[in-house]
Write a protein that binds this ligand. Structure first.
Ligand code: UDP
Length: 471
C-alpha cells in the first residue's frame, strides 16, 4: 500500500505556502511517501490563494490536493477571520473522519500534519491512531508561547484586556499585555479557548515542525530544548526545518516590479508591503505618502483600498485602489523617479531577493520576516493584526533584526516618524548594526538549507521519525 502523509493547512496564503513547501521537502527526502493536502472551499477565498493552488497543481504533480465537499451550513461569512479558521475545521470534523478512513482503506497514513488553527482535527487523527504532528508556521518564539499559553494565561487574575502588566515567558523579552494578540485578550472569546486547547494538544503531539532556522532564535530554541514551556510532561520533538518560503513559482505582475527595481541602485529601495490581509486607513495612507516623500528614500509600495469601516483589516475584498484619490495630489508625479506604487499585490519574495532592495517596512507576519531574513533585508516593524505586535517584541528586542516605529495608541504613524526610521534603517549607524546582523542571518538561513545544513538534518530526522512510528 502507498504511504501517505496527510496535511491540513489553515486558511490564508502564509499558512498554505509553508505546508506546500514542507510537503515538497518531505517527498524529496523520501520519494516513497506521497503527500495529500486537504482543502475546503474556504481555502480558495483568501487573497491570492486560488492562483497559488492553481500554480502548484500545474508545477508540482507530486502533491495531491484533496478537495473536501462544501459544508451544508458553512460559518457565517461575517465571522472574524481568525475565529472562522478554527470554526471551519470544527464543522469539518465528521467529513474529515470519513475522508481519513477512506484514504486509509487504500493507503497507509504515515502521519497527519496540522496547522495550529486546524487543531480540531487532532482528536480525530489520534482516535484513528494516526501519528499527528503540528507544523507551526510562525517562529520558534511563537511555538514556545503557544506551548506555554495555558501556564501563562490561565494563571493570570483575569482577561488580558483588563490587565496592564508584562508577561514573562522563558527565553523571550517581557511582553506587555496589550501587545499579546487581540484574539487572546478576552478569556471568554472563542479564539482564546481554541488556543488553550491547541496548547494542550501540541504538547501531546508526536512533534512540532517549526518554520525557522538555527541561528535566528537561539534563546528560544534553548528554552524549548530544556523543556521550559510544557509544564506537565516532556516537550515533543521539535524540528526546525525553515525557512520554508515560496520557491520560485512565479506570481503574475512581477515583471513590472522587477524591471523597475533593476533600474535602481544597489540596496537603495525600501519595500512597503503589509501581508496578505493588511489594509491601512485613508488618513494613514496620506500620511505615509508624505513620510515617504520626506524621507527622500527610494521605495516600492503596495497600496490597497482602506478597510471598510466595519470589517477591520481582514476583509478579502480587493478592488483596485483609486490612487489619485487615496494619495496626496501630485504625489505619483513628484516621486515617479524614485518610487513605484503597485496596486494590491506584488510578488514579495522575488522583490525582496532583488539586489536593489535595502529595507522592508514589514507588518511582522512570519513568512514575510523569513523572506526578508533569507534575502538579507533589514526591517522596520509596523505590526497590524494577529500576533504581529508580539512578533515585534521578538524582532526588535529579542533577535534585533528590526527598528521599532513609534505608533499612537490606535496604531497611527506620523510622516515624520516614518521618514526618520527609514533614514535610520538605510543610512545611520544604529541602522547599520541591524543591517549587519541581518546579513549574518541571511548566511545562516542559506547554510541551514544547504546540503547537510541544520534544517535539512532536522527534516531527515522528522522523516525518519515517521518510519519509527507504529501505524
Ligand atoms: N505576499 C505577496 N505579495 C503581497 C503581499 C503578501 O507575495 O503583496 C506574500 C508574502 O510574500 C508572504 C505572504 O504573502 O509569503 C504573507 O504571509 P505573512 O506570514 O507574512 O503574513 P500574513 O498574510 O499571514 O499576515
Amino acid at each position: 500500500m502507498e504511504n501517505v502523509v496527510v496535511m491540513f493547512p489553515s486558511l490564508g496564503i502564509g499558512h498554505l505556502i509553508s505546508m506546500v513547501e514542507l510537503g515538497e521537502l518531505i517527498i524529496t527526502r523520501d520519494p516513497s511517501l506521497s503527500i495529500t493536502i486537504l482543502l475546503t472551499p474556504a481555502h480558495y477565498e483568501a487573497t491570492a490563494t486560488a492562483d497559488y493552488i492553481k500554480t502548484v497543481t500545474e508545477t508540482t504533480p507530486s502533491i495531491t490536493f484533496h478537495h473536501l465537499p462544501p459544508l451544508d451550513h458553512p460559518p457565517d461569512s461575517s465571522t472574524p477571520f481568525f475565529d472562522l479558521a478554527f470554526q471551519l475545521i470544527k464543522q469539518y470534523r465528521p467529513i474529515l473522519k470519513d475522508t481519513l478512513k477512506a484514504i486509509s482503506n487504500k493507503s497507509t497514513i504515515k502521519a497527519a500534519i496540522l496547522d495550529f488553527m486546524s487543531n480540531d482535527a487532532f482528536e480525530i487523527c489520534t482516535s484513528l491512531d494516526i501519528p499527528t504532528y503540528y507544523l507551526f508556521t510562525g517562529s520558534a518564539f511563537g511555538a514556545g508561547i503557544m506551548l506555554y499559553l495555558r501556564t501563562m494565561l490561565e494563571n493570570l487574575p483575569g482577561s488580558l484586556k483588563d490587565l496592564e502588566l508584562y508577561i514573562e515567558a522563558p527565553g523571550t523579552p517581557s511582553i506587555y499585555s496589550r501587545d499579546m494578540p487581540a484574539t487572546l485578550q478576552d478569556r471568554d472569546g472563542d479564539f482564546y479557548k481554541n488556543s488553550i486547547s491547541t496548547s494542550y494538544n501540541m504538547g501531546k503531539s508526536c512533534g512540532i515542525i517549526v518554520n525557522t532556522f538555527a541561528g535566528l532564535e537561539p534563546r528560544v530554541m534553548r528554552s524549548l530544548a530544556d523543556g521550559e514551556y510544557v509544564p506537565d510532561g516532556p516537550t515533543p520533538p521539535t524540528y526546525y526545518v525553515g525557512p520554508l518560503i515560496r520557491s520560485n513559482k512565479s506570481n503574475s505582475g512581477g515583471d513590472k516590479c522587477l524591471e523597475w527595481l533593476s533600474s535602481q541602485p544597489r540596496k537603495s529601495v525600501v519595500v512597503l508591503i503589509f501581508g496578505s490581509l493588511g489594509k491601512l486607513k485613508r488618513d494613514q495612507l496620506m500620511e505615509m505618502a508624505k513620510g515617504l516623500e520626506k524621507s527622500g528614500q527610494r521605495f516600492l509600495w503596495v497600496v490597497r483600498n482602506p478597510p471598510p469601516e466595519k470589517d477591520g483589516p481582514n476583509s478579502f475584498e480587493n478592488k483596485d485602489p483609486a490612487l489619485d484619490d487615496l494619495l496626496p495630489e501630485g504625489f505619483l508625479e513628484r516621486t515617479k523617479e524614485k518610487g513605484l506604487v503597485v496596486k494590491n499585490w506584488a510578488p514579495q519574495g522575488e522583490i525582496l531577493r532583488h539586489g536593489s532592495v535595502g529595507g522592508f517596512v514589514c507588518h511582522c507576519g512570519w513568512n514575510s520576516v523569513l523572506e526578508a531574513m533569507h534575502a538579507g533585508v533589514p526591517l522596520v516593524a509596523w505590526p497590524l493584526y494577529a500576533e504581529q505586535k508580539m512578533n515585534r517584541v521578538h524582532l526588535v528586542e529579542g533577535i534585533k533584526v528590526a527598528l521599532r516605529l513609534k505608533m499612537a495608541e490606535d496604531g497611527f504613524v506620523t510622516a515624520e516618524e516614518l521618514a526618520e526610521r527609514l533614514k535610520e534603517l538605510m543610512e545611520e549607524e544604529s541602522g547599520r548594526k541591524i543591517r549587519d546582523h541581518v546579513s549574518e542571518m541571511s548566511e545562516c538561513a542559506k547554510a541551514a538549507v544547504a546540503n547537510g545544513g541544520s534544517s535539512r538534518v532536522a527534516l531527515a530526522e522528522f522523516v525518519d521519525s515517521l518510519n519509527s512510528m507504529r501505524v
